[in-house]
Design a protein around this ligand. Sequence first.
Ligand SMILES: *Cc1c(COP(=O)(O)O)cnc(C)c1O
Length: 396
Amino acid sequence: MSKGAVMNTYQRFPLTIKRGEGSYIWDDNENKYLDLTMGIATCNLGHVPKIVKTAVENQLEQLWHCSNLYEIPAQQQLADLIVSHSVGDQVFFSNSGAEANEAAIKLARKYAKQTDEAKSTEIVTFKQSFHGRTVATMSATGQEKVQEGFDPLAPGFRTLTFNDRDALESLAENPPCAVMLELVQGEGGVVPAHQQWVQDLASLCQDKGILLMIDEIQTGIGRTGTLFAYEQYGIEPDVFTLAKGLGSGFPIGATVAKQHVSEYFSPGSHGSTFGGNPLAVTAAKATIEHIIEADILTYVEKVSIHFRKELEKLAARYNTIESVRGCGLLLGLAVNVEAKEIITLAREKGLLVLPAGPTVVRLLPALTISYQQIEEALSVLDEVFAEAAKKEATVK
Ligand SMILES: *Cc1c(COP(=O)(O)O)cnc(C)c1O
């Protein structure tokens, strides 16, 4: 199925998803699955959330697209909403995570050039990070497997070690114009940044005039239990980026910046034909409004503690699971077998989970997952790990 006229860039699971509702999806044979992938942390309110659907349907009747050369009130409203619930002051809208990071990279360079001619335009990122697949964001990404075969990389990036004290020293000795990082590395294996390290990094940035840019593309929009993950680290980023969960599945990206940075973008600096399109901003506005009005963040906090506790119990029973890690409902099981093996067994039993690197099983449930659905997931995982253990025993 993945061959043929579509370029062969994805190793696809042998499953065609036809329909989704809340935490469940159905395949083309009407088999039902409990979905703990949510389109990779994208459908945070579950599949086809009614409130977002209704908002988009209303907008569909009115106007699908108009150029950014005209006023788009819903874009203003969404920007106001993001700004009023964050430390940011202004927003640039695009269509994807990579584009949101591209805008952040361009903004940082412009800021550096215009505030001090002599300032470095270099941007520091971290090993095992993931920032996107465009030329610049791939170059920013700290994973060789993403960059392989695509030389020359974009210049102006330096990669340091995540959660590492020496990295801070290197930053102090040779300050770049910005650092960009995820607070929980998602694609890189569900690896949370250490609290103290992040706080030290943030104060170093403050002292040295380095912009602190947080990639919240996977962690944002309630995934970790707060609207943005930076809230849990007691820091204030100068810039942060959003995409995945922002539009409940409608493509949209956002680059949010404080005024002292965003003011360096002026007409002509940056742009996008589709960015902040009326349908996309309507979906995003309905998504954030609902998360706030329905107090979904309080629920995520509660339900994620429960889920994690139960996963720890599972880990205590099966040697295959080395650790449980993550934050909120961005969870990972580090395993000592191939993650793929676990994922396949789970899918065969009606549960969809994801890899995050070769040996981490990533769980990204809807923020609205019920306690009963968590029980259901745990009971499948229990069977899966029992089976995996049996397999290992026969192999050894
Ligand atoms: C998914 C992801 C991106 C890239 O987003 P796209 O929409 O695929 O371009 C960037 N950063 C992080 C942290 C991500 O998880």
